[in-house]
Ligand binder design. Sequence first.
Ligand code: BGC
Length: 427
Amino acid sequence: MKTLNHLAVAISLASLCTFAAHGAESKGSVEVVHYWTSGGEAKSADVLKQLIEKDGFTWQNSAVAGGGGAAAMTVLKTRAVSGNPPSAAQIKGPDIQEWGNLGLLTSIDEVAKANNWNSLLPESIASLMKYDGHYVAVPLNIHRINWLWTNPEVLRKAGVAKAPTTLEELYAAGDKLKAAGFIAIAHGGQPWQDTTVFEGLVLSILGADGFKKAFIDHDEATLTGAKMTDVFSALRRLKSYMDPDGAGQDWNLETAKVINGRAGMQIMGDWAKSEWTAAGKKAGIDYECVPFPGSQGVYSYTIDSLAMFKLSSKNDTPGNNAARDDLAKIALEPQFQYIFNQNKGSIPVVKGLDMSQFDSCAQASAKDFADAEKAGTLAPSMAFNMSTSQAVQGAVFDVISHFMSDKNADPAKAGSQLFASIKAAAQ
Ligand code: BGC
């Protein structure tokens, strides 16, 4: 069945290629700034390109390498300041409002109305895509962040019977993997990756409510309390299991170490699955996904979305506007939602799509999302731009990466540093 699913994806992509190759001359162009540059991510972005080309438009790929998107945001700011914005850019959560406040985004209400977006999208997600009551962005997917990825064969070789579900089991697995000569946790020491692990620990130790108090309300007692000290102590402990060669390493190169059997585990959002899928590996057989240990029942997430920019007078042509509208329309159509998300590792953002074509990790993700929505335990990720401004996020990244690089940093003081930095950045 799973082989059939892979075949289905491959066949759909192949048929799109044929359409693209025979497409008529371009009717207009759409330039998209994004940061999907790993093997699996690029394959996913290609789905959008092929569908745009099938409709006779030109896709201008402006991919900026750098996981998490910080480098892409720098490029985007430079482009916007110099009056040469792209048609669309990968911008998420509250940042959409910040770009809207600058007067740089354009309404895509007509596309939204013609394609019934209000009934396709959950209200909470639709409202994130609107600025001043108008749709200015289209969501593509839902990525779960609090995952642990394991290579079961490596775990077995190290004497670890099953993927860890508690922090104690995670430490025990780490000890066994190290003793057996494996990298226990594949991890690239970049601030956003360090913060991904930190965020998982916050969810595990403080739960969804504590997470929200810390990273939505910026509550002093939560940020400086004893449980936050426990989070930093746990982070220190996890560091001892991380790849010793991981300094500055890209996330996908670390994923490759789990795929090729050098490492046992990785803590990463489900775009990690895009690398496993691109390598032809099967969920539940070659790799396993479990919620980050201790954070079961909580679902931290980010939503990839493309915000639409007002074009410069040179680029503001009917053809280019039609190409942008086509991009927006395609993004929420079932064909794109199925193929893109199976390649990307995420789940569809459109309500009610049949998940039976998806692998076991995506099916678990969809179920956990629905359960967390009912239970009120959805956590909009701080590390991935969903809970706070970029300034606050940057302040958190700095504190976490300093803590990670200073082996003498005191876990009991780190929470106060975090609170002070967040407060300064939020002003
Ligand atoms: C994005 C993903 C991307 C990941 C790694 C996240 O912020 O939401 O789409 O794959 O960063 O670059």
